[in-house]
Design a protein around this ligand. Structure first.
Ligand SMILES: [Zn+2]
Ligand SMILES: [Zn+2]
Ligand SMILES: [Zn+2]
Length: 92
């Protein structure tokens, strides 16, 4: 995720049916693959927690393995966004 990443309107993302509103951003604050606790993201389809691309990039691996496109930062990260791998963009 770089400063070049764009933000698009949520309505313009065709992947929102993958979002399960009951998943939220809680759960273990630890990457399911490497155990890292920094910059962890929660898959909005299944709730699995993975580290972001500034770490070991296991959230991208999860997207490539499962097709789950939407992630949000873990609630303990202290900031929030919704990122779609399918669109390659933040959703407003
Ligand atoms: Zn999308
Ligand atoms: Zn990881
Ligand atoms: Zn998932």
């Amino acid at each position: 995720m770089t400063n070049e990443d764009e933000t698009i309107d949520r309505e313009d993302c065709p992947h929102l049916d993958a979002l399960d509103p009951s998943v939220g951003t809680g759960g273990p604050e630890q990457c399911a693959d490497c155990g890292g606790t920094e910059h962890v993201r929660v898959c909005q389809s299944c709730g699995r927690v993975h580290c972001c691309e500034s770490m070991e990039s296991h959230d991208r691996d999860h997207w490539e393995e499962t097709g789950h496109p939407l992630i949000r930062p873990h609630e303990k990260q202290g900031y929030d966004f919704l990122w779609c791998y399918g669109c390659g963009a933040y959703l407003s």
